[in-house]
Design a protein around this ligand. Structure first.
Ligand code: GLC
Length: 646
């Protein structure tokens, strides 16, 4: 297929009126709203589970200006059926429905408990690249299973893994007798749980992946289906409702007295969409992670029936609708407020933060794979394809930075008014921070944290960069360069505990202004360049994708020296991650699960496929066409017929 043909296929009808003609979202659809929470009840003497109670069907109005779309969910009758919690003699042996709705299955295998706690010697220093290379050879020749240790070390490592599994299973939370998620932390040393006793969507991703890799699929299936129902929740803050496809940041299983019956209680699912969260920020990443997990579930379990369900398909479309809705923006990147993701406090990442863009791209690719091919989805698929191309072009071209690009920015002309501007965003060279001039290695590069008019956030954000590798929004060369930079900057990014959430810290007046003098985000702490062990799993997937697993193996080895002894902290503080974080939770579930996923994937790297997305040839062709039509090289009104509206 010729380039232009391919591009036309991908880009034709370049200004779609998204969803307007999509019968899936027609105004006549009714929507199941849960004025009452999802619930199941039990009585004191004989525990039994009731029907989940749905409240009245409610039609939602149009949300947002200019949208001809009235989002609604068709309630799959099989879902209603499968929501029925059957009467059970004992809660532990919750009855399973066969056929259509066999999903309330408590399949969690019993543990192999182990009491062993490891007192490993102190941290291992990263030596140098030479040593890393030697270990790469050992790693490769040992079949990639990381057989770098002697037998006694192996025993220790095994007991760390056993302990991690035990802790992960202890964090599982149940609803109607079935496992539906893992709470954020089970820290016995902390009297104030805040909201860490909730199931966070983003925190559950590594837990879910660990269970998938272990062949325990039910908890993930239950999680996917229950959070999907929460998407339909009626949510407001001071009378304002966010978009309908929004997924909660977290939810909690609460046991409350049953209305009008003192002797009975019921379990309810209580979501938080940000209306109770500190800062009241909506979690943009939740829906994107949900789509990524849904695909991973299908790929790992082979059970495609979940993603094929009508309600699940509608859920995917509702998330896409929110993300693809037209707005005022000139950029294809998602515009968000501060703290919409893993960094969920004010850290100056409002605008177009890389993490959200990488997850967005990943979710678009995953959704494209799962959307049922039907006429109703044609507009949506077209909008999705257009966005994929525009987004990857924008990120690759404008977020990328290495020594050469830095030098180019250093010599930028400013105030260019024209279509031919090189310095499109009017970046003043003085913005290049002094630390970066020293820090940028000769070999390697990375994607900057954020790009706005006249503003580049030059901080290195780890999750954004790692997921850019995993999702293929970064090119192959860029992906290798990101890993090169991680190797070159090992003492900054890994140091004594992987992995810095961002680098460097905001300090002094910058910290005061940008974080609002946030005492939790002081320099080199928490989100402000603290170190988060959970990032190990994303590092591992990225390294495996680029066929460089030895980098991740090395980081895992460093974590193993103290993570269990330190009681699985949420994060570490100081430049070199020497201290357990000031307000760090202990027994933080995603630290535990992140470690387990890294171990499981390093033991069988082929499994990483369930998370990786690759560009297909149509996208590659469309992208190369974008490059040749790059306005930096060829621009002007005369070319307008050959440029692509993206
Ligand atoms: C903190 C983190 C957030 C995480 C939550 C629960 O708020 O910033 O990313 O989801 O804790 O662990």
């Amino acid at each position: 297929m010729g380039t232009s043909e391919a591009v036309l296929q991908v880009l034709s009808g370049a200004a779609p009126r998204l969803f307007s003609g999509d019968p899936y979202f027609s105004a006549s659809d009714s929507r199941c709203a849960f004025k009452l929470p999802l619930k199941c009840s039990s009585r004191r003497a004989s525990s039994y589970l009731q029907f989940l109670q749905y409240s009245s069907v409610q039609q939602y109005g149009v949300q947002g200006m200019g949208s001809s779309f009235s989002g609604s969910r068709k309630v799959d009758p099989s879902w209603l059926h499968s929501c029925k919690c059957q009467k059970a003699e004992s809660v532990s042996g919750v009855t399973t429905e066969d056929g259509n709705g066999a999903w309330f299955v408590d399949n969690a295998k019993k543990l192999n408990p182990t009491d062993s706690m490891v007192n490993a010697p102190n941290v291992l220093e990263f030596q140098d690249l030479q040593q890393l290379k030697q270990e790469k050879e050992v790693f490769t020749s040992s079949g990639g299973n990381g057989a770098l240790r002697d037998t006694s070390q192996n025993l220790n490592i095994d007991s760390i893994e056993d302990e991690a599994w035990e802790l992960l299973r202890e964090s599982v939370t149940y609803y109607c007798g079935s496992p539906i998620g893992t709470i954020a932390a089970k820290d016995p040393t902390s009297s104030n749980m805040l909201n860490y006793d909730q199931v966070f969507i983003r925190d559950f991703i590594p837990s879910g992946i660990a269970f998938l890799l272990k062949g325990e699929y039910d908890i993930v299936r239950n999680f996917i289906l229950h959070t999907l129902q929460l998407q339909s929740w009626e949510k407001t803050m001071d009378c304002h409702s966010p978009g309908q496809g929004l997924m909660p940041a977290s939810f909690k299983v609460r046991t409350v007295p049953l209305d009008g019956d003192d002797s009975a209680t019921e379990e309810v699912l209580d979501p938080d969409f940000g209306e109770a969260a500190i800062g009241r920020v909506a979690p943009v990443d939740s829906g994107l992670w949900w789509i990524i997990l849904l695909r991973a579930y299908g790929k790992c379990s082979g059970d495609l029936s979940v993603q094929e369900r009508v309600d699940v398909q509608t859920g995917i479309k509702m998330i896409l609708k929110l993300c693809l809705a037209d707005g005022f923006d000139m950029f294809p990147t998602l515009l968000v407020t501060d703290g919409p993701c893993m960094i969920d406090r004010r850290m100056g990442i409002h605008g177009h933060p890389l993490e959200i863009q990488a997850l967005f791209y990943s979710a678009l690719l995953c959704a494209r794979e799962m959307l049922a091919p039907e006429d109703a989805s044609a507009d949506l698929l077209q909008a999705l394809n257009n966005r994929l191309v525009a987004l990857s072009f924008h990120i690759r071209e404008y977020y990328w930075i290495d020594l050469r690009k830095l030098n180019e920015i250093y010599r930028y002309k400013t105030e260019e008014y024209s279509y031919d501007a090189v310095n499109k965003f009017n970046i003043y060279p003085d913005q290049i921070p002094p630390w970066l001039v020293e820090w940028m290695p000769n070999k390697g590069g990375y994607l900057i944290g954020n790009l706005q008019p006249a503003h580049m956030d030059f901080r290195f954000f780890s999750l954004g960069n790692l997921w850019s590798v995993v999702s293929s929004i970064a090119t192959v060369d860029q992906s290798h360069a990101i890993l090169d930079l991680i190797e070159a900057k090992w003492t900054d990014l890994v140091a004594d505990m992987p992995f810095k959430i961002c680098y460097p810290a905001l300090e002094g007046q910058e910290w005061q202004i940008i974080t609002g003098s946030d005492p939790k985000n002081t320099p080199w702490s928490y989100h402000n360049a603290g170190s988060w062990p959970t990032l190990l799993w994303q590092l591992t997937v990225a390294c495996i994708k680029m066929n460089r697993p030895e980098i991740a193996a090395r980081a895992v080895e460093i974590a193993e020296k103290r993570i269990s002894r330190d009681k699985w902290p949420e994060y570490y503080d100081t430049k070199r991650a020497r201290f357990i974080g000031k307000q760090s939770r202990l027994f933080q579930t995603w630290s535990i699960a992140g470690y387990l996923v890294a171990k499981l994937l390093l033991a069988d790297p082929s499994k990483a496929k369930i998370l990786i997305t690759e560009e297909d040839s149509a996208l590659v062709n469309a992208f190369s066409c974008m490059i040749s039509a790059n306005p930096r090289r060829k621009r002007g009104r005369k070319d307008s017929k050959q440029t692509y509206i993206v």
